[in-house]
Each structure stands twice: as structure tokens, then as C-alpha cells.
Design a protein around this ligand. Structure first.
Ligand code: ZN
Length: 176
């Protein structure tokens, strides 16, 4: 961040009075430009014994499989964001259920929230950010071609939990 978004003056990066960490400050208009983690919301969409995955058409991890998820927008709830992303990436309508994995990714400043969800019908196809969308049973999951560790964590927990028919929310800290 180089210039003030309110007055276009160059910014400095220093600790404001009464604060503890450096921020982007505008000495011209006094604005403090805080930077905070972003929320990624998505679903683990289920149809019968299968899970819906999307092959990514875009970087990062183009060509790898993921669960539908993306940046939450202002003005929406986390569940609404999860349903919207599922529609945009997989053209699939879901009933969003309980929060399943909540992952902190402090190194990249993200919090990822994945919800269990049920497909309303087995109807889906690739949205603009996906190359393919497919339902996978447990023994068909392309474990070596998953895009992100948050996705493999959620899928591994899901198939384990299914054996007990109990799906507790997992809080995961991915610190490295
Ligand atoms: Zn300013």
C-alpha cells in the first residue's frame, strides 16, 4: 500500500500513537489504513455417498481439485457466501448446513470456513473458475491432485466422521 485511498498522499508505515503494531498512516489526512485477515467461505457439497469437487481453471493451483470456496463479500453472511461460491464455481444449489472446518492461516492472513452442505439435486457444471465439476465417492477422491491442504483436511475428516455418523466442527491452525 503506497498512497492514501482518501486523499492520495504517500503513506508511511509506522506504529500509530496508542497502538502496538505498524500501520499504513496518512500524515496528510490522518487516515489509518488497517489491514486484517480475509474470510474465505465455502462448502463440502454432498450427494448420497459422494462429494462434489471442482477442478480449478485459475491460479493458484490451476488444474487441481478443490471444494467450492472464495472470498466473502461485504453485506453477506458466511453461509450465504458459501452458497454463492458453490453456485459460481459449480453451478450447484445447496442447502448449507453446519460449520465443519474453521482454519486460521496467519501466514497469508486468511480464515477459511467450510460448511457441510447438501446438493438439492445432482445438477452441476463448471462455472467460469472451474474446468470440470464432478461427484467423487471416497475411493475416487484424487488425493494427490487436491489444490490445498485445507481441502484435504476437510475431506479426510469428512470420510472419517462418516464412519461414526458424527460431524463435529474442527478448529485448525495452519501455522508454518
Ligand atoms: Zn490521506
Amino acid at each position: 500500500m503506497n498512497f492514501c485511498s482518501q486523499c492520495a498522499h504517500p503513506l508511511v508505515f509506522e506504529v500509530p500513537a496508542g497502538d502496538e503494531r505498524p500501520r499504513y498512516l496518512c500524515k496528510a489526512c490522518g487516515a489509518i489504513h488497517y489491514q486484517n485477515p480475509k474470510i474465505i467461505a465455502g462448502t463440502l457439497p454432498i450427494w448420497q455417498d459422494k462429494v462434489l469437487l471442482c477442478k480449478r481453471a485459475i491460479a493458484p493451483r490451476q488444474g487441481y481439485w478443490t471444494l467450492p470456496a472464495g472470498f466473502m463479500e461485504n453485506g453477506e453472511t458466511t453461509k450465504a457466501a458459501a452458497a454463492r461460491e458453490t453456485w459460481e464455481e459449480a453451478l450447484a444449489e445447496v442447502n448449507v448446513g453446519e460449520l465443519y472446518t474453521l482454519t486460521s492461516l496467519p501466514r497469508i492472513g486468511q480464515v477459511q470456513m467450510l460448511y457441510l452442505a447438501e446438493l438439492i439435486e445432482p445438477t452441476f457444471s463448471a462455472g467460469p473458475e472451474s474446468l470440470e465439476v464432478e461427484l467423487f465417492s471416497e475411493d475416487e477422491i484424487p488425493w494427490d491432485e487436491l489444490a490445498f491442504v485445507t481441502i484435504s483436511n476437510a475431506l479426510r475428516h469428512y470420510f472419517d466422521d462418516r464412519r461414526n455418523n458424527h460431524f463435529p466442527t474442527r478448529h485448525i491452525d495452519l501455522v508454518d
